[in-house]
Design a protein around this ligand. Structure first.
Ligand code: ADP
Ligand code: ZN
Length: 527
């Protein structure tokens, strides 16, 4: 190593200690920092909470000039800059919330070389005015945060990110460091291609979070299931409960509060002040359960969150990884717990169908949906499935997920599937799971009499299973794509090619045996 670089590294360690108050670098941080201080480009793949910020903050302070940080998260920008200023780092941000006078001030500081770090949103960076300012300034580096936004594969595609290729063209002398917590191969390739980083060194830390135990259970009474999980496993501890909508957040928060739990709600429909207060209280106090939409969590850096619970599946595997990754940052055992049911699968499929994205993006969405459903229904190790999705092979079953701890039984479901599917056909492909199940069980409900379904040949042929059993059969058929849920017709189940293959006996079906739900308040399944 050249002596100058050696000296610089000494300086980096000093900053780590004196400014940030940390004793040692974490895995790969030092290597990345040395690489960037030496003036090279890089791509950093590191899970959320891994410590990406230091990888550009320290080089920005050590190299001459200003480090330009491109981030789409305006709200986080302000927090980060406030934190840096407190530590005595010369940092500033530019975004649309800043008054004109303040903007001019910051711009002058940049050109005068008075800033170590400047945070900007991509749309601001890409203006002619700003690019011109950059050309007049000394630049230490470009840090491109949330770099997966450049990819349509990512969960968060932002078209303006693709225009960041301009950095390579106009500032070829300035090192660029792209960072993301999304590591799947298509995303990685897109980042390299669009940001001109095909020859840049890639730094990837493993994505495994060994202290997190993954559990996914079928939904029957979600609030009750959640309550039992919390009482049995995490009484008095901090946790996050994710719900899909604002309304559901409010419902769950008040339901849990009624049961005497310490809960706070958080969603984008609440006013900014209340949101802030709730977040602060959650961060400060022990043992609060935050019931929230996905609006909560970006930049939440609380080490002792002991569980993250989902009462609906997240939008994608990436979201699942990110959201559950907020648990157990301190390395102590933590739970990622989820419950989901037939209705959820219908809702996710509906969401993908209803979007008006271009063909190519819809195809990607379908692919992602299939991956998510596969993960939910898998009978083998969840960690292997999760990490496999991110291209991070995990050699053995992990021993710390529900399927490893309580291996699932599977059963030959070919006949049950045939009964379930022909029942759909005989009743005219117009009904949902509830009605179809009543027909199989041979119950003379009002609708069954009304539609004459007590006269169809499938009436009463399914008494070997109960309601929950048939719900499980239909859910697994739906999530494996062996039937079609028609959203234009109120979620009516219909047959598709895969269904006919099963009906004709060309395809065998194996179902997993859902764990039996707890009857009393003892023992939650998956515990
Ligand atoms: P990321 O951007 O990868 O999500 P951050 O850079 O926000 O992660 O870092 C996550 C947390 O880890 C922060 O609280 C940060 O202060 C802390 N951290 C980062 N590097 C170190 C280190 N070398 N030693 C101790 N704590 C660190
Ligand atoms: Zn496992």
């Amino acid at each position: 190593m050249p002596p100058a670089l050696q000296a610089n590294l000494g300086r980096c360690r000093e900053i780590l200690h004196d400014t940030f108050g940390f004793r040692t670098f974490r895995h790969l941080q030092e290597e990345i920092i040395a690489h960037v201080v030496g003036g090279h480009d890089g791509l950093v793949l590191m899970p959320t909470g891994g410590g990406k910020s230091l990888c550009y903050q320290i080089p920005s302070m050590v190299r001459p000039g200003t480090g330009i940080v491109i981030s789409p998260l305006i709200a986080l920008m302000e927090d980060q800059v406030a934190g840096l200023l407190q530590m005595g780092v010369k940092a500033a941000f530019l975004n649309s919330s800043l008054p004109a006078q303040e903007t001019v001030n910051v711009e002058n500081q940049l050109v005068a070389g008075h800033l170590d770090l400047l945070y900007v949103a991509p749309e601001r960076l890409l203006t002619d005015r700003f690019l011109h300012l950059l050309e007049q300034s000394t630049l230490a580096l470009f840090a491109i945060d949330e770099a997966h936004c450049v990819s349509q594969w990512g969960h968060d595609f932002r078209p303006e990110y693709t225009r960041l290729s301009i950095l390579e063209e106009r500032f070829s002398q300035v090192p660029r460091l792209a960072m993301t917590a999304t590591a799947d191969m298509p995303t990685r390739k897109d980042i390299q291609k669009h940001l001109g980083l095909t020859r840049a060194r890639v730094f990837a830390t493993g994505f495994d979070r060994p202290n997190i135990r993954y559990t996914v259970i079928p939904k029957n009474n979600p609030h009750q299931q959640l309550l039992q999980f919390i009482r049995n496993e995490h009484s008095g501890e901090s946790g996050i409960v994710y719900r899909f909508s604002r309304k559901k957040v409010d419902q769950t928060a008040s339901w849990l509060a009624d049961k005497g739990l310490k809960v706070l709600p958080y969603h984008a429909g609440m006013d900014a002040h209340t949101r802030r207060t709730n977040q602060d209280q959650f961060m400060r106090e022990e043992g609060i359960i935050m019931v929230a939409t996905v609006a909560f969590g970006m930049g939440v850096d609380k080490a002792d969150i002991r569980f993250v619970a989902h009462l609906e599946p997240p939008r994608s595997m990436e979201s699942y990884y990110q959201e559950t990754g907020r648990a157990g940052r301190d390395g102590l055992p933590a739970d990622a717990w989820m419950t989901y049911g037939f209705g959820d699968i219908v809702a996710i499929r509906q969401m993908v169908m209803a979007n008006t994205l271009p063909q190519e993006q819809r195809r990607i969405q379908w692919h992602k949906l299939e991956a998510l459903l596969g993960f939910l229904e898998t009978a083998s190790c969840r960690r292997q499935a999760l990490l496999g999705y991110f291209g991070d092979a995990y050699p053995e079953p992990c021993g710390n997920c529900d399927n490893c701890l309580h291996p699932l039984e599977t059963w030959d479901g070919t006949i049950a599937a045939q009964k379930a599917l022909s029942n759909i056909f005989k009743t005219g492909q117009r009904f949902g799971v509830g009605h179809l199940t009543e027909v199989l069980l041979g119950n003379t409900t009002q609708p069954i009499i009304k539609f004459g379904h007590h006269k169809v040949s499938t009436f009463g042929i399914g008494t070997e299973l109960d309601k929950r059993g048939w719900a499980s059969v239909y859910r697994q058929l739906a999530s494996s794509g062996s039937l079609y849920v028609d959203m234009e017709h109120y979620g009516a189940l219909k047959l598709n090619d895969a269904s006919w293959a099963i009906l004709r006996g060309q395809k065998k079906v194996r179902f997993r045996t859902d764990p039996t739900p707890p009857k009393s308040s003892k023992k939650t399944s998956g515990s």
